[in-house]
Ligand binder design. Structure first.
Ligand code: PMP
Length: 432
């Protein structure tokens, strides 16, 4: 190994040159330089199971994707003001995946950009700025996407520092919010009342934004009927409904390609990123032509790399691989199996308060007491460190950082799912 390139010395160099606010996973992170499917390999040759990577849906080192990108780079990369086939095909393919009416596409480079643009479209369409968001949410780091991010795990000051055009509804958390279990069905009517009240007070929202399956809270389904009730109230107030599918969309749920399908609603604006590029910077906003055209009042829209030939080829190759490799179906089958294994662990380990989610969008919530639901945050952090020692990469999530975030590549095999369950069982049995 060259001097200055061991994992520890590289970390020192990172600390000197890279903004410290961009944190890294683990206290002593392994130096990861290769990946293959759901595995990561460090420079010591150690192989880790990647249960965390919600971006690389096809898996690491995908040969078809790497070949397509290589060829396109050799041919051409430019911007979408030029006229070429891939940007048209990608836009058509995205629109075809969505219900009728969601037929017009903007291509950008990240989830934050997609959410920012979605909100700006809603502002342009409604001619006003108030936006309703939910608690425990993360939507990005740009001005507007950060404004509607309410997660205190990502920003402890979040709730106190939202701009006054952001109105935050209580987190519809059916496990530990103020309405639990069957009582969680009250969140929808209560949220609709709040939106009507905003409208009566002269501040009707331009938009309501929410992840249609609750990612930041730990991969939880929203209460049945929640989005239907909130969307109705938002539209009655003249606002638009934005579904942030950046994390949950693209087949991860197994049962549905989009999270909003699970709630039986159709949004007005959909944001996509992460999975769409399998790690390449790629995002999109899909809406109706009518809403898209309102952006003209803001000037023109241009993104230098959004929808470039290389990015468009990435987007098309990801969609082909997702279909040809049956990855949504794999998420349904292997995710269902993994969920059963985790539920079986919950029977034996009282630290597991709940197993959330569906498909390969799962969360294991650790509590010190199943009655009080006291979050086991220190235990969760220590368990993640121990799992890393045992060759599994996973991290805490939720506002209380007591949920294991389980969002692996969608090519996860049944054997890898079993290995994860076995290593977690071992850790919970023998300590961390
Ligand atoms: N929305 C959601 C739901 C997300 O999970 C994220 C990323 N964690 C974003 C938006 C922002 O995406 P990006 O990091 O690509 O800017």
């Amino acid at each position: 190994t060259e001097p200055g390139t061991t994992a520890a010395s590289l970390l020192e160099r990172r600390e000197r040159s890279f903004a410290a606010v961009q944190e890294h996973y683990f206290d002593s992170p392994p130096r990861i330089e290769r990946g293959w499917r759901e595995h990561l390999v460090d420079t010591e040759g150690r192989c880790y199971l990647d249960m965390l990577n919600n971006v690389t849906i096809l898996g690491h080192g995908h040969p078809g994707l790497s070949e397509a990108v290589h060829q396109q780079w050799q041919r051409l990369n430019t911007n979408s003001r030029f006229h070429y086939e891939s940007v048209v095909s990608l836009s058509e393919r995205l629109a075809a995946l969505l219900p009728d009416g969601l037929d017009t596409v903007f291509l950008v480079n990240s989830g934050s950009e997609a959410v920012d643009l979605a909100l700006r479209l809603a502002w342009a369409a409604a001619g006003r700025q108030d936006v309703v968001a939910v608690g425990e949410a993360y939507h990005g780091w740009t001005y507007a996407s950060d404004a509607v991010s309410t997660s205190v795990a990502d920003n402890p000051g979040a709730l106190a520092s939202r701009p006054d055009w952001v109105h935050v509804l209580p987190a519809p958390n059916a496990y530990r919010g103020s309405h639990r279990g069957p009582d969680a069905e009250r969140y929808g009517p209560l949220a609709a009342d709040s939106i009507r009240e905003l409208a009566r007070s002269g501040r009707p929202p331009a938009a309501f934004i929410c992840e249609p399956y609750y990612g930041n809270a730990g991969g939880m389904a929203l209460p049945d009927g929640y989005l239907r009730q909130v969307y109705e109230a938002t539209r009655a107030a003249g606002g638009l409904c934005v579904a942030d599918e950046v994390q949950v969309g693209y087949g991860r749920l197994g049962s549905h390609f989009w999270g909003f399908e699970q709630q039986g609603v159709v949004p007005d604006i959909v944001t996509v990123a992460k999975a769409m590029g399998n790690g390449h910077p790629l995002g999109a906003v899909i809406t109706s032509k009518e809403i898209a055209d309102t952006y003209r009042s803001q000037g023109y829209f241009f993104s230098s790399a959004g929808g470039s030939p290389v990015s468009s080829v990435v987007g098309l190759t990801v969609l082909d691989a997702l279909r040809d490799e049956g990855l949504q179906e794999n998420a349904r089958i292997v995710g269902g199996h993994l969920r059963d294994r985790l539920l079986e662990l919950a029977d034996r380990h009282p630290l597991i308060g709940a197993v959330h989610g569906t498909g390969l969008y799962l969360g294991v919530e650790f509590v010190r007491d199943r009655a009080t639901l006291e979050p086991a945050a220190e235990e969760t952090a220590a368990i993640c460190e121990r799992l890393r020692e045992l060759g599994v990469v996973v991290q805490p999530t939720s506002d209380r950082l007591c949920v294991l975030k389980i969002k692996p590549p969608l090519c996860l095999t049944r054997e890898s799912a079993d290995r994860f369950a076995a290593v977690l069982d071992d850790t919970l049995t023998h300590g961390w």
